[in-house]
Design a protein around this ligand. Structure first.
Ligand SMILES: *[C@@H]1O[C@H](CO)[C@@H](O)[C@H](O)[C@H]1NC(C)=O
Ligand SMILES: *[C@@H]1O[C@H](CO)[C@@H](O)[C@H](O)[C@H]1NC(C)=O
Ligand SMILES: *[C@@H]1O[C@H](CO)[C@@H](O)[C@H](O)[C@H]1NC(C)=O
Ligand SMILES: *[C@@H]1O[C@H](CO)[C@@H](O)[C@H](O)[C@H]1NC(C)=O
Ligand SMILES: *[C@@H]1O[C@H](CO)[C@@H](O)[C@H](O)[C@H]1NC(C)=O
Ligand SMILES: [Ca+2]
Length: 580
């Protein structure tokens, strides 16, 4: 046992701390003495808020972003406040590895949807690599509250503090506090390097970019499918509904599912390997004619869903059968072709063919025995709450036109450009400090269009390397920021429709090797995580190279294919402003 006198002597050398056990350091007194009280001006860490507990032999299951692992950790929750603000309290949760497992690493984790954290679920992804892992509650009141829960104050005005915390402030504060706390806790000398990382997907991907665009807090970041270009991203969720309204056609879900299945079947072989995975959605765009689906029969059995959490009743959908209609195909085309205004000008990019039609879901009405529009919850929440400042989730598209959607984008873009848009293309602060980025995005993402990430990578390339040829600037950017599209993957996860598709489960490990050992990845390793090919290893190609199998599927290459690359570049000619 260590005496409390020793515990107070936190700045003692790393040698002493590394000889300590988890029980020696995972105490309230030790943690309080290690708090970085003066690390950020304008904030006060509340020593009395500290809650400490040790967990031994914790087994964390295999996830999409990290493999299974078993480890001991010390959980530390603490609170801080911004000076001069009433009722302000921000909670941080850190999981720290045992002293003999610590590898001079720190990892920030982020949220998804409207959440700024993922509870504890992302924290194992750092501890298993000898990193202290952190999560923040953004000051929203608890780790379970999301930004949209607190965005409107009770008098109907905007909670700007919560908005800016969500936008970018909370993550910067957590990184600064977390890194110094890590140093103090493990008694690192000032001369010792602490490697700092980030890993998250979706909204968490946007949070990652919010930091990379402003700060140099991290040495490396894994950002997945970022929900950025926010005003566009949120409104584009309403495009499928708008397209249905324009066609006055609300398809049974089974019809769209059939169109998806036919698309996957037709486009799977175009990459040179018939494996159930559309690794080249660009070739699918170039060569698959959706009209060939018209007249194909579909059938889906009746289903009763047991009315999950928050739903009072179970709901029943009837058996669906019929033939794919011309209107069903017109809808699919309108979705793939993306948002247009009333003049036919392109407002935004869209999903790749072979993505599920998630925004186009309809609801069955048993009174009329027909399918009805079910407005996208994410899109509706954005317009009601963030544009109209109404606490509601029942947006109707009555009276709404393509030009209304466009005006919603413009309004949100102006209102939140500096806080949520998150597409600032000049990364010179982060790059200047040596920061690396591994950006991944499922090629069949149904929630954040894959082309959205391609567009941002291209914006950074053209803004940071003007005057160089395409291939020369791409090569320069790839020296520190690489984008990998994941064949068959959906949103931040493998897809249920293309189960033989891989997912890059060890990306943080690859990043660590790149940052700490200068081992730059060329291809990114990925593994099939489900289905009959579970465990099969893949290599992902770095943009702008594209995967291709030749020799009857026996030879794999990453190829440069200009016609395919061009399909990823959207001319958003509805705007006079640059859209990064
Ligand atoms: C740790 O957990 C694993 C399985 O979860 C178990 O097999 C093993 O015995 C445990 N070890 C200790 C030291 O408790
Ligand atoms: C998160 O981790 C802390 C510390 O181990 C634990 O007390 C808490 O119950 C965990 N929360 C959930 C939801 O598992
Ligand atoms: C709304 O409430 C907030 C928080 O209580 C307060 O600071 C603000 O002044 C109020 N605004 C108006 C217009 O009443
Ligand atoms: C689509 O394919 C999946 C997987 O093979 C299958 O389970 C489903 O029934 C198919 N849907 C339709 C409408 O044919
Ligand atoms: C179903 O349709 C009827 C008739 O149009 C309508 O009154 C009712 O509100 C609809 N039910 C739901 C759940 O939308
Ligand atoms: Ca294939």
């Amino acid at each position: 046992m260590f005496s409390s006198a020793w515990a107070l002597c936190v700045a003692a050398s790393a040698v002493i701390v590394q000889a300590a056990t988890l029980d020696d350091v995972c105490t309230s007194a030790y943690v309080k003495a290690a708090l970085p009280l003066d690390v950020l001006t304008g904030i006060t860490i509340d020593s009395s808020s500290v809650v400490v507990s040790a967990t031994k032999n914790y087994s964390s299951a295999s996830g999409d972003f990290f493999p299974a692992a078993t480890f001991d950790y010390c959980a530390v929750q603490l609170a801080y406040s911004h000076n001069g603000m009433d009722d302000d309290q921000v909670l941080l949760m850190f999981w720290l590895p045992a002293p003999d497992k610590f590898e001079n690493r720190y990892l920030s984790t982020g949220g998804g949807g409207m959440a700024i954290n993922s509870g504890n679920s992302s924290l194992p992804g750092g501890v298993m690599y000898g990193a202290v892992s952190g999560a923040t509650d953004g000051g929203f009141g608890s780790f379970d509250l999301d930004e949209d829960d607190v965005f409107l104050l009770s008098n109907g005005t905007v909670n700007y503090e919560a908005l800016y915390m969500f936008g970018y402030k909370a993550h910067h504060e957590m990184s600064v506090i977390g890194k110094q706390f890590t140093r103090n806790f493990f008694g690192m000398a000032d001369s010792e390097k602490l490697y700092a990382y980030y890993q998250a997907c979706s909204e968490g991907g946007r949070e990652g970019w919010s930091q990379i665009q402003r700060y140099d807090d991290w040495d490396g970041a894994v950002v997945g499918a970022p929900a950025f270009r926010y005003a566009f991203q949120q409104v584009q969720h309403l495009w499928s509904d708008m397209a249905m309204k324009n066609l006055d056609y609300y398809p049974p879900p089974c019809e769209l599912e059939k169109i998806l299945n036919l698309t996957i079947a037709a486009c799977d072989p175009l990459d040179g390997l018939t494996d159930g995975v559309v690794s080249r959605t660009d070739l699918c765009k170039l060569h698959y004619d959706l009209d060939t689906a018209i007249g194909e029969s579909y059938y889906c059995a009746a289903e009763t869903s047991s009315g999950g959490y928050g739903k009072r009743q179970s709901s029943t959908t009837p058996a669906q059968s019929g033939k794919v209609t011309a209107k069903g195909v017109a809808l699919a085309k309108a979705i793939i072709n993306g948002m247009k205004d009333s003049k036919g000008q392109q407002v935004y990019l869209s999903y790749q063919p072979s993505s599920t039609w998630s925004d186009a879901s309809t609801t069955y009405n048993s009174t009329t025995d027909s399918w009805e529009m079910s407005v996208s919850g994410i899109g509706g929440d954005w317009v009601d709450r963030y544009l109209n400042l109404i606490d509601s989730e029942s947006l109707s598209l009555d009276g709404v036109t393509e030009d209304t959607l466009k005006s919603w984008i413009y309004e949100g873009w102006q209102l939140y450009d500096s806080v949520l848009q998150t597409t600032w293309p000049d990364l010179s602060v982060y790059h200047g400090a040596g920061g690396k980025v591994l950006h991944i995005h499922g090629e069949s993402d149904y929630s954040v269009p894959t082309a959205s990430s391609v567009r941002y990578w291209e914006s950074v390339r053209s803004v940071m390397y003007p005057g160089l040829s395409y291939t020369a600037s791409a090569a320069k950017l790839n020296e520190w920021y690489r984008l990998y599209l994941v064949p068959g993957a959906g949103h931040c996860a493998p897809s249920t429709d293309q189960t033989n598709g891989p997912f890059p489960q060890t990306t943080l490990q690859v990043l660590i090797e790149w940052v700490e050992k200068d081992k730059a990845p060329t291809t990114l390793p990925a593994t099939v995580l489900q289905g009959s090919e579970e465990g099969k290893e893949w290599e992902l190609c770095a943009w702008p190279l594209r995967p291709l199998w030749t020799n009857k599927g026996t030879k794999f290459e990453c190829v440069y294919d200009q016609a395919s690359i061009d399909t990823w570049h959207w001319d958003l000619n509805a705007w006079d402003m640059p859209v990064y």
